[in-house]
Design a protein around this ligand. Structure first.
Ligand code: FES
Ligand code: MG
Length: 585
């Protein structure tokens, strides 16, 4: 086997099994593989004996959040060459939060499988993972964790702030807000077309604290991305330099054999959870982090998030919970500044664990500084004393449900009201503005059939719309309950991820219009005020819905998907374990 001995590290390269050692060794297959690299246009001395770095790139014409990643991959390659590696770019499927229906969540595990199997089956020594739009980040990290080759993540970076008539616009958050203004008749077509043109002004992912900003920050907190990388706006020249640095470092982690299982430890997941909560990040992160932890055999549960939230204050004043946008967050010092502040809270972070930077986690932020303490707060002056996500339980959600209560109307955090139930999102859309449903400001709106199986894919329906006649009266929030997810850019008193879901026979399936439901966030309760005997009668009458898929990937998905509290991974992927290495000889 050929070895790579730069910088005093000697490592046996996995790719040498394909290419042989030296210019002639390795037999017929190695000869054939080398001849094909000649066909690619490379000289022997350009690649033999060098770490092969796969660049898994989610660039696509259909994904505006990643439109710069084709160009940015060139800078990753530059870094790989510079450090003595051999870069090869692999296009992988893109998951565009905007365009892919019913939801890219249906395909997160498919991209994870694609990433894992590409890394396993090709002559690869290490990987750079390029993503950022919502599900791409967990998918790539799940795949790389399962392949367990040295890998690091290059975050796509947030887009620039949106702009409209002198005001800033945030992805999702202001889209929803202005659309409600439009539905209420307070702004017209002319204003709406200006908002449409001003919301998304550059390449990059959503620049609110949506799932994208939350998950790229979580990747950095885990130690799987370079320090500071997740906050850099996509179009900043620092983003180009970060990409080159990531390429260089990818070669380093191969030489050090710094595999994901060494980085993604229980302590790393606790720090990622603390980071998500201090950012008041997307509720989607709970599902994704649980799934990612499962890949490396780390136990992480919904209750961990609730416990960590108790000790972690919210420090980022970023929409939808706060006022600012990711560009402001970057100028204020970025994620490293937030780590620095969070480190002041006793026990919030574990500074001594490894990261892909080659330095400890603590060293990655020790020299950071906060330049604007209105955007990144100190623990003495937090946005909120405790993390913004609560885990609810009760007879309506035996396996848990989630609420981002900081983004909710405080009037509704303890509330009992009569349910108005919709069985599907189309039914809800058709009926929501119809006054005959009798929806009032005390109603508890219920949507079911929107979970992992029912949705399918748990679409982000969870911020159920408010009837236009209530919006016109100035009602801006209602208690809303579903087995769906919600965009990280959304807000309102929305109880999400109810588990088990209704499609699988969870108690949500048994609710009837008119039943009273109690939400008590301080006590973490979600209760259907119907006695057990009546619920049993209803359960006996319940008919399981028809399967959503008759064939293909959807059937595989339906057979193996786990519920929200388990991370919605496929059961056969949600564990560590060795598969036979391919024998290329
Ligand atoms: Fe891609 Fe929001 S649509 S991150
Ligand atoms: Mg989103």
């Amino acid at each position: 086997m050929s070895t790579d001995t730069e910088n005093g590290n000697t490592v046996e390269l996995r790719s040498a099994a394909w290419f042989g050692s030296g210019a002639t060794g390795g037999g017929l297959r190695a000869f054939s593989h080398r001849s094909r690299v000649r066909q690619l246009g490379y000289l022997p001395e350009e690649h033999l004996g060098k770490p092969v770095i796969a660049i898994l790139n989610t660039w696509s014409d259909i994904n505006p959040c990643h439109m710069h990643l084709r160009e940015r991959a060139q800078e990753v390659k530059r870094g790989v060459w510079e450090a003595g590696g051999f870069p090869l770019e692999f296009p992988v499927s893109t998951l565009s939060e905007t365009f892919q229906k019913p939801t890219p969540m249906l395909y997160r595990n498919l991209l994870a499988m694609e990433a894992e199997e590409l890394l396993r089956s090709y002559p690869v020594d290490g990987a750079v993972l390029m993503g950022g739009c919502d599900k791409t980040t967990p998918a790539l990290l799940m795949g790389a964790a399962s392949a367990n080759l040295p890998a690091l993540f290059v975050p796509a970076g947030p887009m620039l702030r949106g702009h409209y008539r002198g005001r800033t616009l945030g992805s999702g958050t202001d889209l929803f807000g202005y659309y409600d203004e439009y539905r209420a008749g307070r702004i017209g077509d002319c204003e709406m077309s200006e908002v449409e043109g001003g919301l998304a002004r550059s390449p990059g992912h959503c620049m609110t604290m949506g799932t994208a900003s939350t998950m790229t920050a979580a990747a950095e907190a885990l130690g799987m991305a370079l320090p500071g990388s997740s906050s850099i706006p996509a179009v900043d020249s620092a983003h180009h330099r970060m990409a080159a640095a990531a390429g260089m470092r990818a070669v380093g982690i191969v030489r050090e054999q710094l595999t994901p299982s060494k980085v993604m430890t229980r302590e790393a997941f606790e720090d990622a959870a603390a980071t998500v909560l201090a950012l008041s990040g997307s509720t989607n992160a709970l599902i994704h982090l649980i799934a990612m932890a499962g890949r490396v055999g780390v136990e992480l549960s919904l209750d961990d998030f609730d416990a960590i939230g108790e000790r972690v204050p919210v420090l980022a004043d970023v929409r939808p919970v706060g006022r600012f946008l990711m560009e402001d967050f970057y100028y204020a010092g970025g994620l490293r500044a937030l780590f620095l502040q969070l480190a002041e809270v006793h026990g919030a972070l574990h500074p001594d664990r490894p990261t892909v930077s080659g330095k400890s986690f603590g060293a990655s932020y020790s020299e950071a500084a906060t330049y604007d303490d209105t955007v990144i707060r100190s623990p003495q002056d937090p946005v909120a004393e405790h993390g913004g996500v609560a885990v609810l339980r009760g007879n309506l959600a035996p396996d848990g449900a989630v609420i981002k209560h900081l983004a909710a109307d405080p009037r509704l955090l303890v509330h009992t009201g009569p349910a108005v139930v919709f069985d599907s999102y189309p039914e809800l859309q058709a009926g929501i503005d119809d006054p005959s449903f009798g929806i009032t400001e005390d109603t508890v709106l219920v949507l079911r059939g929107a979970g992992p199986l029912g949705g399918p894919g748990m679409p982000e329906y969870g911020m159920l719309p408010i009837p236009a006649y209530l919006l016109k009266k100035g009602v801006k929030d209602l208690v809303r309950i579903s087995d769906a997810r919600m965009s990280g850019t959304s807000y309102g008193t929305c109880v999400l991820h109810v588990a088990p879901e209704s499609h699988a026979g969870g108690p949500l399936a048994l609710v009837r219009t008119g039943d009273l439901i109690t939400l008590d966030v301080p006590k973490r309760i979600l209760r259907l005020e119907v006695d057990d005997a009546e619920l049993e009668r209803r359960r006996a009458q319940w008919q399981p819905p028809e399967p959503r898929f008759e064939r293909g990937y959807g059937s595989l998905y339906a057979e193996h998907i786990t519920q929200a509290d388990q991370g919605c991974d496929f059961d056969f992927l949600a564990r560590p374990g060795a598969n036979p290495a391919p024998d290329p000889r």
